[in-house]
Every structure is written in structure tokens, then in C-alpha cells.
Design a protein around this ligand. Structure first.
Ligand code: CAA
Length: 287
């Protein structure tokens, strides 16, 4: 791509999509967030406003920059509004069929044939999404970490069809414009971080499930014994237990290793709607 990326679109305004949009807007980019309907679009705006407020309270951002970031972010419920984007980052739930549908639609809507389509998936093969388009060479993974405004890493994931130029343009954009640290990964479920993190989270869930230790003690063990900022069960609650289960399923599908199999307790909690922080209850309870 010869012109610098200044117009970005984010599909999905949940905790990851809103975080990615916030980082883009704070970097001065013309940012559009697309949600499923106007109610969800309003919720995405509120999520970003709350996070900007928190950044101001923590002294990371001044009020004018926060107001400008929110002003330059447009919220819509129509994918058609992404037609003029140079980069679109999909950040909807970890559902392969839904993501494939979004990529097929974006391919038709986004006009510039040079525009790049990225996915924030943490575990679904990037190539499957690329092959839903006629520009698989311009489709790649751009995986952020939660909370996005706080954690500086992104994984750049090239599929077998992604052109080296696309991966370089996006890696340069992520480091130069968004100020992120980039690690590159091949297109395998879990990439680098989740392939290491998720078996650890699942082991912690199995410990709690078997009654070996309480959730509080498992978390205290890793926070106070290993200086992790949060224990594994608090972290699973932060990520969302539905998301942890989806990632575990993708890893298990890919590698068929028992260490990736979602434990029954995780499955039951997801079925019960106990998804962690976002529903107020997971392994811990939240106000
Ligand atoms: N914008 C910018 N900075 C912000 C901010 C915002 N909206 N909100 C908070 N911060 C900054 C704070 O200023 C603070 O920075 P300093 O240490 O420099 O002062 C830092 O972030 C911590 O903020 P808080 O004091 O508010 O919160 P905390 O100390 O309770 O930490 C936490 C909360 C950041 C979530 C921390 O517990 C943490 O990092 N936990 C681990 C999270 C993690 O591992 N995430 C990865 C999940 S895996 C994933 O996302 C991938 C996947 O696919 C599932």
C-alpha cells in the first residue's frame, strides 16, 4: 500500500473491538466502529467513553485528547459505511461462521482493492477467513490483548495466502502508528500467546473443578507466588468464559491434545450464562 493508513474500520464494539477502536482513535486515525444494531453501537461508544475517562483519571490522557478521540470515532450499524476504509479489523465473537460471513461481506463492500482486512481472532485459522474473500493475499490476523488500551502487544499472523507486503504494512502500522510491540506468528490455532496461556487457564479451572484448591487460593498462588498481575481464574473471568471455551475448542480441534480440551465445569458455566466480569459472575463475583 503506497498511501499511509489513516481510515480504519472496526467490526464489533465489544470489549476487544471497543479497545481496538479506542487505540486507533487515540492515535489520531479516522475510525468507524460497526456494530450489529444501534443499541449495540451506543453501548460500544459508552465502553470507549468509560475507558477514556479511566485513562484520564490514571493520568495517561488529557481531557482534550480524550474528547478528540471520541469525536473522531463514528459508530454505525451498517457495514456499508466501511466502503472507503483502508484497513478493517474484525473483532466480533469467536464464531467461525459469523466471522466468515463478515469477511465475505467486507470483501464486496470495501472498495479499494488494496485495502487490507484483518481479524482479531485468537484461534480461528486466518486462512479460512481469507478464503471467504477474493483478496486472501490482503487478509491477515492482527491480534490484540485485553485490556487493549493497557497491553502493548499485537500478534501479526500471516496465512499461507497473505502476501509478505501485507504483513509488513500492518506490522509497521501497528508499531509506528499504534505504538504496539509486534510479534509475528504462523497461522496455527492460539498463535504464540494463547497456545501458552490457555492450557494454563484450563489447568487452573481443573484445579477448582476437582476441589483441589479454591478459586481464591489458585489466584492468590499465582499473584503472590509468581507476581502475575491477576490469577488465572480472575484472568479467565476478564477474558470471558465463553471466549476461553471457544479458544480451547479451536485449540483442541487443531491439535487433539487433552490439555486443550475445555473442562466440563467451563462448559457448564458458559451454558449457565456465568461468563465472568461481563455478566457479573464467573469464578468470582463482580459489582
Ligand atoms: N488507558 C490507558 N491506560 C490505562 C487505562 C486506559 N483505559 N486503564 C488503566 N490503564 C493503566 C493504568 O494507568 C496503569 O498503568 P501504570 O501501571 O503505568 O500506572 C495500568 O493500566 C493498570 O491499571 P489499573 O491500576 O487501573 O488496574 P490494575 O492495576 O488493577 O490492573 C489489569 C488491571 C491491567 C487488567 C492488570 O490486572 C493486568 O494486566 N492483568 C492481566 C491481563 C492479561 O493478562 N490480559 C491478557 C488476556 S489474554 C488476551 O487478551 C488474548 C485473548 O485472545 C484471550
Amino acid at each position: 500500500m503506497s498511501t499511509p493508513i489513516t481510515r480504519v474500520g472496526i467490526v464489533g464494539g465489544g470489549q476487544m473491538g471497543a479497545g481496538i477502536a479506542e487505540v486507533c482513535a487515540r492515535a489520531g486515525l479516522d475510525t468507524i466502529v460497526c456494530e450489529a444494531d444501534t443499541l449495540a453501537a451506543r453501548a460500544a461508544r459508552e465502553r470507549i467513553a468509560v475507558s477514556l475517562e479511566r485513562a484520564m483519571q490514571r493520568g495517561k490522557l488529557d481531557r482534550i485528547s480524550a474528547e478528540c478521540a471520541l469525536e473522531r470515532t463514528v459508530f454505525t450499524a451498517s457495514l456499508d459505511d466501511l466502503a472507503d476504509r483502508q484497513l478493517v479489523i474484525e473483532a466480533i465473537a469467536e464464531n467461525p461462521a459469523a466471522k466468515t460471513e463478515v469477511f465475505a461481506a467486507l470483501d464486496k463492500i470495501v472498495e479499494d482493492p488494496e485495502a487490507i482486512l484483518a481479524t482479531n481472532t485468537s484461534s480461528i485459522p486466518v486462512m479460512h477467513l481469507g478464503m471467504a474473500t477474493r483478496r486472501a493475499d490482503r487478509v491477515l490476523g492482527l491480534h490484540f490483548f485485553n485490556p487493549v488500551p493497557v497491553l502493548p502487544l499485537v500478534e501479526v499472523v500471516a496465512s499461507l495466502h497473505t502476501s509478505p507486503e501485507t504483513a509488513t504494512v500492518v506490522a509497521d502500522f501497528a508499531s509506528g502508528v499504534l505504538g504496539r510491540t509486534v510479534v509475528r506468528s504462523q497461522d496455527r490455532a492460539g498463535f504464540v500467546v494463547n497456545a501458552l496461556l490457555v492450557p494454563y487457564l484450563l489447568s487452573a479451572i481443573r484445579m477448582a473443578e476437582s476441589g483441589f484448591a479454591t478459586a481464591t487460593d489458585v489466584d492468590a498462588g499465582m499473584e503472590l507466588g509468581c507476581a502475575h498481575p491477576m490469577g488465572p481464574l480472575k484472568l479467565a473471568d476478564l477474558i470471558g468464559l465463553d471466549t476461553v471455551a471457544s479458544i480451547a475448542e479451536s485449540l483442541y480441534d487443531e491439535f487433539k491434545e487433552p490439555l486443550y480440551a475445555p473442562p466440563p465445569l467451563l462448559q457448564r458455566m458458559v451454558e449457565a450464562g456465568l461468563l465472568g466480569r461481563k455478566t457479573g459472575r464467573g469464578f468470582h463475583t463482580y459489582d
